[in-house]
Design a protein around this ligand. Structure first.
Ligand SMILES: Cc1cc2nc3c(=O)[nH]c(=O)nc-3n(C[C@H](O)[C@H](O)[C@H](O)COP(=O)(O)O)c2cc1C
Length: 352
């Protein structure tokens, strides 16, 4: 049976309008990234992982991750932590902030997270992991989902025993990145495990890992029976890849279009993070975007060296004067960016 990436599907009552999901990525998945992902066809977007301790202690920067715009929805906010009660409390804040789904991170392999007993560590602690899902699912009325890796060690099949337990505990969808935590991002995602997981649970499964083309997306959907595919690294600074994965048609964006998207991304990110944080946060994106536009490397290096984002925007407009008109067209089509769904019970941080 031919799957269509434009088909909608559901997580409980939440309608997801396409089978492409934009991956949560720490240091990448800011609101500008998520909104852009939605414009280019992602049916569901996710925040980067947010610390439940940070929420508990009302850390201003952490709470900033809970700012949600109407045009991002449906949107999942992902939380991480190891204490069921704290996770439940964080989930309530996430729901109050207007998220459609609360996603729980059982996959992060980074030591800073695993040493606190959170992230991928929980793959080997099924009782605690189930306890977290149960506590979170009881605390909120929106659906609770889980994102996990295959296990801690190479060759591990832990996800196949844990997955059904998490569903039993209340998870309404599972996303599997079938690499071990030890693998980090090396080797390949083994989607034969995704197929096995699909057989074992009666909730939608999302396949994450190495989805880089239309062909690969279809192969994974067809061979696994997963409901949707998740795109991560391929979409960094490259929203056009989402459209290509969706339609299978490669249409290289013009340099003006690339520069215009980058300028919009810079502006939105400055508004979200404030100039100081945004200026350093954005540096990695210049190379990602400009590779797509075929800009020469020395130009990328020049942008990275500039101090203010305003200088970056000016330099882009000098290099590609037609970007100004492309940007005006883009901005005219954008939905109103102002409305956060629910005003947060905190001071607005960053650039307002
Ligand atoms: C820079 C970076 C940050 C990531 N941060 C998160 C995260 O916060 N939460 C999470 O569940 N996965 C995170 N991931 C994993 C991705 O969501 C995804 O599962 C993984 O990159 C495999 O998909 P890909 O091959 O399409 O990149 C991150 C990946 C990268 C590359």
């Amino acid at each position: 049976m031919q799957v269509n990436l434009r088909d909608s599907w559901q997580i409980g009552p939440v309608l997801v309008p396409s089978r492409l999901v934009l991956a949560p990525m720490a240091g990448v998945s800011v609101q500008a990234f998520r909104r852009q992902g939605r414009r280019y066809g992602a049916g569901l977007v996710c925040s980067e992982m947010v610390s439940c301790a940070g929420i508990h202690y009302r850390n201003e920067r952490t709470l900033g991750y809970l700012r949600i715009a109407e045009d991002e929805r449906p949107l999942a906010v992902q939380i991480f932590g190891s204490e069921p009660a704290l996770m439940a409390e964080a989930a309530q804040m996430v729901e109050a902030a207007g998220a459609d789904l609360v996603d729980i991170n059982f996959g992060c392999p980074v030591r800073k997270v695993t040493k606190t007993g959170a992230g991928a560590t929980l793959l080997e602690q099924p009782d605690r992991a189930s306890g977290i899902v149960e506590a979170v699912a009881e605390a909120v009325s929106v659906p609770v989902t889980v994102k996990m890796r295959r296990g801690l060690e190479d060759g591990s099949r832990t996800c196949l025993s844990l997955g059904p337990q998490l569903v039993e505990a209340g998870a309404r969808s599972l996303t599997l990145h079938p690499r071990s935590a030890r693998q980090m991002y090396t080797g390949e995602a083994d989607h034969r495990l995704t197929a096995e997981l699909v057989e074992l649970v009666d909730v939608p499964v999302v396949a994450s890992g190495d989805v880089v083309s239309h062909q690969r997306a279809l192969e994974i959907l067809e061979s696994t029976g997963a409901e949707a595919v998740m795109v991560g690294r391929a979409a960094q600074g490259n929203p056009w890849t989402l459209r290509e994965i969706m339609d299978g048609v490669e249409e290289a964006p013009s340099r003006a279009e690339v520069a215009a998207e980058l300028i919009l991304f810079v502006r939105e990110t400055v508004r979200e993070l404030g100039e100081r944080r945004a200026a350093s946060f954005l540096k990695k994106f210049y190379g990602w975007y400009l590779r797509r536009g075929g800009f020469p490397r020395p130009f990328v290096q020049e942008l990275v060296r500039l101090e203010s984002t305003q200088d970056v925007v000016e330099r882009l407009l000098i290099a590609e004067p037609e970007a100004a008109a492309a940007l005006a067209r883009l901005e005219a089509e954008l939905p109103d960016s102002e409305g956060t769904v629910v005003p947060l019970p905190i001071s607005a941080y960053g650039g307002g």
